[in-house]
Design a protein around this ligand. Sequence first.
Ligand code: HEM
Ligand code: HEM
Length: 173
Amino acid sequence: MTPVRLPLSMRLIHWTTAALVLSLIGLGLAMTDSLANWRIAGIQLHKLAGLCVLVLTVVRLSLRAREPLPELPAHVSRLQQRVAGLVQVMIYLLLVAIPLSGWAMQGAAGNPVKVFGALTLPQIAPESLVLYGALREAHGFFAISLLLLIMLHIAGALYHGLVLRDGVLRRML
Ligand code: HEM
Ligand code: HEM
């Protein structure tokens, strides 16, 4: 048993990011297929929430760099730790790549991202229809890959919490 909890800041960021990311994937898929009149407002909300994920991820990575996570309990095998670590690295890569590809795709489309209609963010990609198409594809592909990794991650977390009951899930609650 391990009573260790991750720092409150890490737990708050973890759950805020989790709620945002799952909502963003749902909203992203729904708005892409929708002709309804909420689509424009949905896309605006999607961009804003997506940029929040980027900011939260940068903060989270700098917190982790300053204070590494506490060790997992000894009964978690080397192999399991490696797999969990690899999934986390891939999740982090996608948490950066997805918002950046969204932001860049808007630049490539010649439609710079505006925050609250006031602040216009710099275009991080040159205007190009071909580039827009590639980034649009990449954005969707990355998001679905993230969803699959998250399912793996949740399965692992629930296995620890409900089957092993070894305190690993509680570290994040
Ligand atoms: C969008 C959904 C999610 C994302 C992107 C995500 C991402 C992450 C990442 C990157 C970590 C590594 C620790 C850190 O850097 O903060 C982590 C840890 C953890 N996550 Fe998630 N997570 C998600 C959802 C969930 C859910 C739904 C659960 C519970 C069922 C969960 C349980 C855990 C646990 C227990 C840890 C801590 C493992 C440890 O103590 O080392 N996560 N998560
Ligand atoms: C973690 C953050 C994000 C996630 C998980 C996410 C997820 C998604 C998903 C699943 C789709 C639908 C893909 C498809 O059907 O092929 C989508 C579409 C889209 N996303 Fe994101 N996204 C994020 C961040 C962003 C950001 C930061 C922007 C722009 C600043 C953005 C702009 C867009 C646009 C413009 C579309 C296409 C809308 C359309 O063509 O109807 N996304 N996103």
